[in-house]
Design a protein around this ligand. Structure first.
Ligand SMILES: Cc1ncc(COP(=O)(O)O)c(C=O)c1O
Length: 384
């Protein structure tokens, strides 16, 4: 389906409902380009399958569809050439919930956890909430293209205080889809220093042209120390359903995780919440490819219009662009400045890294018309 047809058929105005994104936009009289969900409705076959479930009226205790694991594993095998075994898979209510449970069950209070910043703020917040110590390694920024600082990571590993590296891949907010070699170098260090890897891969289906997503668990030699968090919630904008997978091949680690879930009484899966994932993995592939194309077109347009003025990330994956207002920012927070001067709601750079107050994160999963409005608004501060 071409982009124009996709947008005509699937863009939804969320202005009137209870959308977190748009409600705040309404309240602040701004165009909302913050938070990570999409302004597109789901494929009609998925909607119909959900309607059929509702219409049936059987709302008793329910198992997952019998082929749930097959559909899930086939999706990952087909799209990213990674094989998962059904017994490795556990469920949580979301990716942040999964981070919380992984940290609690597989690390100790004295342990340090390393993250590569700038980074989606709940990583740091969750580590802290669990009472673990946060270590940060700032990524190297080469004109908007961010890479790991391996020397700094190794220096931190050498302290012997770090038990886990929390990886965001694709990376929010810097939009990187890490190359095989980059991950290998990182995982090699983790192996050498006996550091567990928790890979949050919730953006793994939003991949720009000419990029290939490499799942952490596709590296067999590091498998025993990797925990993957993955969901369809970003791919198909299913946040309301709170359904996420934690994949743990190492039986010892998995048993510990399961014991934690039993103890907290939080390991059972909600079969209703799992249905949109299941139906999208069955019917949503064309929709997903189309949405990726629309996001790329939005990125391409924004980049063409704004790159003469602003530094910005190279979007390889996710629909989140990190943009540096640089000298155009006349406030202690670029996000605040854009809200006041341009009626644009974005995520503040300083929430991803305290030194990124000139940066903002912009959500590109919307109509080209909204992107045009955002570009116009951003150009205003250049003219002023
Ligand atoms: C990398 C990453 N992990 C986790 C989440 C949150 O996921 P959930 O709503 O399932 O907790 C987000 C949301 O934007 C995200 O970007």
């Amino acid at each position: 389906m071409n982009n124009k047809t996709f947008v005509e058929n699937y863009y939804i105005s969320r202005k009137k409902g209870n959308s977190v994104k748009w409600q705040r936009g309404r309240k602040e009289n701004c165009l909302p380009m913050w938070i990570a969900d999409m302004d597109f409705k789901d494929d009609e076959r998925v909607i119909k399958a959900l309607q059929d479930f509702i219409a049936e009226g059987d709302y008793g205790y329910t198992n997952l569809p019998q082929d749930y694991y097959k559909v899930f594993c086939d999706w990952h095998e087909r799209r990213n050439s990674v094989s998962y075994q059904p017994e490795w898979i556990r469920f949580t209510k979301g990716a942040v919930d999964a981070m919380y449970q992984v940290i609690y069950s597989l690390t100790e209070e004295k342990d340090g956890i390393l993250i590569a910043t700038p980074l989606y703020p709940p990583f740091k917040a969750t580590i802290k909430e669990c009472g673990r110590k946060v270590y940060e390694s700032r990524m190297i920024n080469n004109d908007g293209y961010f890479t790991f600082d391996y020397k700094d990571i190794e220096r931190k590993f050498k302290t012997g205080k770090i038990r886990m590296f929390m990886l965001c891949s694709p990376h929010n907010p810097v939009g990187r889809v890490f190359k095989k070699g980059e991950l290998e170098e990182l995982f090699d260090l983790c192996q050498r220093y006996k550091v567990l890897i928790c890979a949050d891969e919730v953006h793994s289906d939003i991949i720009m042209p000419d990029q290939q997503f490499i799942p952490a668990l596709s590296f067999k030699k590091y498998r025993n120390q990797i925990i993957t968090i993955t969901a369809a919630s970003k791919s198909f904008s299913l946040a309301v359903f709170s359904h996420c997978h934690v994949i743990i091949p190492n039986k010892k680690l998995r048993d510990k995780f399961i014991a934690y879930q039993r103890h907290m009484h939080c390991g059972s899966v909600n079969a209703f919440n799992a249905l949109p994932t299941y139906y999208n993995f069955k019917y949503g592939e064309e929709w997903l490819d189309s949405v990726n194309n629309v996001i790329y077109e939005n990125y391409d347009y924004l980049r063409e219009k704004l790159s003469p003025y602003f530094e910005m990330t190279t979007l390889e994956g996710s629909y989140l662009l990190f943009l540096n207002l640089g000298p155009y920012n006349k406030s202690d927070s670029a996000a605040k400045y854009l809200k006041e001067e341009c009626q644009l709601l974005v995520n503040a750079g300083e929430t991803f890294d305290k030194d990124c107050k000139d940066w903002v994160r912009i959500n590109l999963a919307t109509s080209p018309a909204n992107i045009k409005k955002a570009v116009k608004a951003l150009k205003k501060i250049v003219k002023d």
